[in-house]
Design a protein around this ligand. Structure first.
Ligand SMILES: *Cc1c(COP(=O)(O)O)cnc(C)c1O
Length: 382
């Protein structure tokens, strides 16, 4: 292809942005395991690398592809999603203030609580159901970062990214979006005004439940970005070459997997919405969902593969239903090719704000009818 702008994102991704190894013609990148790089007799580096914690070739194709996928200026990969989250929040100074949703990924919130206690960083949590709560939570001139997720895990409330960006910017803050659940297939958060996008690449990006990784993508290579890169080098939360290679391989099928999961999740959500054993089905693609209108605008290619069931009864009833599935695997995590079911409150522990009767489903790529019948039999026999 001569003109990249005419090629769709899914075609570009399938070919890792038309990657061809200059040295060999290989269409899959070589795996460079070296930790250190030699100098010539004049003591100049032979290539552009010195030591693998600072930079190494196994990240480069991956990071280029990630930057393009989200439409960013640059991307960096990390040892895990949480390593990326921690590196990002290292850029917040003592005395500054952070705003985040009350219900969000528990690990990120635990980290925020920790730095707010240990480093006198202010922290305000807002209820994501109403954007006015965010307006009230920001402190102009003091808030450095607004961190949001959309859809919010595990209620799948939808936050209007464009509005959140307006509010953050008016207060002098940057907007960072955890886009793990939406993935860049359906939401390119930078295009809605976000400054930084975060992905737990462990989930949809890799998609095969066999790599732990994190990605940050920036709209601009500004001072904060330089600091994030420095923090990665100094704290060493780097992705191993094997993991980087596997992640890029998994990403090539991201669109296929995500489209399939979205289609199946929508069908399951519609089918089970009125089920007598269920109080409610939470899925942003249902017209009954409070975030439906924003989701239609913001999730441009399907509503994703994540849904939650609020069962009639409490934790016992929910766990019994999860216990009786035969095809759904009882495990945490999301975004893999295999469908998972979990009782979220049990996973999050005693401080969990998640309803006790909530079952979280991550839809994979199995046959939709098989998944539907499995849930049907489990609801009937539990
Ligand atoms: C899994 C997850 C994370 C953390 O990522 P790890 O790769 O597990 O470190 C952060 N945010 C969301 C929404 C997640 O699902």
């Amino acid at each position: 292809m001569q003109n990249d702008h005419e090629t769709s994102a899914e075609s570009r991704l399938a070919q890792a942005c038309h990657f061809i190894d200059a040295a060999t013609g290989g269409i899959s990148p070589p795996l460079q395991l070296s930790t250190t790089y030699a100098r010539d007799p004049n003591y100049e580096f032979i290539g552009s690398y010195s030591y693998s914690r600072s930079a190494n070739p196994s990240w480069e194709v991956l990071e280029r592809v990630c930057a393009e996928l989200d439409g960013g200026a640059d991307a960096k990969c990390f040892a895990s999603g949480m390593a990326a989250v921690c590196a990002f929040f290292e850029t917040v100074n003592a005395g500054e203030h952070v705003v985040a949703p009350r219900i969000m990924y528990h690990g990120s919130q635990d980290w925020l609580r920790r730095i707010s206690e240990k480093r006198s960083i202010g922290l305000s949590l807002f209820d994501a159901g109403d954007i006015d709560n965010l307006r009230r939570a920001v402190k102009p001139g003091k808030t450095a970062v607004v961190w949001i997720e959309s859809p919010v895990n595990p209620t799948w409330d939808v936050i209007d990214i464009a509005l959140a960006a307006e509010i953050a910017h008016a207060a002098g803050a940057v907007l960072a979006v955890d886009a793990t659940v939406a993935s860049p297939v359906t939401t390119r958060a930078l295009e809605f005004g976000a400054d930084i996008v975060f992905h737990s690449a462990t989930k949809y990006m890799n998609g095969h439940s066999d790599v732990v990784a994190g990605i940050l993508v920036t709209a601009r290579e500004d001072e904060r970005w330089q600091e994030i890169k420095l923090v990665r080098t100094l704290t060493g939360g780097i992705l191993g070459p094997h993991e980087a290679w596997l992640l890029l391989r998994g990403m090539r099928t991201l669109f296929l997997r995500f489209d399939r999961a979205s289609q199946t999740a929508l069908q399951l959500a519609q089918h089970f919405e009125a089920h007598p054993r269920l109080q409610q089905v939470l899925y942003p693609g249902l017209e009954s969902h409070p975030g439906y209108e924003i989701a239609r605008r913001q999730m441009t290619r399907g509503f994703g593969g994540m849904l939650s069931l609020l069962v009639k009864g409490g934790a016992e009833e929910a766990k019994r239903i999860a216990g009786n599935t035969r095809l759904f695997v009882r495990a945490t995590s999301l975004g893999g090719v295999e469908s998972l079911i979990e009782h979220r409150a049990s996973v999050e522990g005693p401080h969990s704000q998640v309803p006790k009767n909530l079952l979280r489903l991550s839809i994979g790529i199995e046959n939709c009818r098989d998944l539907l019948e499995d849930l049907e039999q489990s609801l009937e026999t539990s």
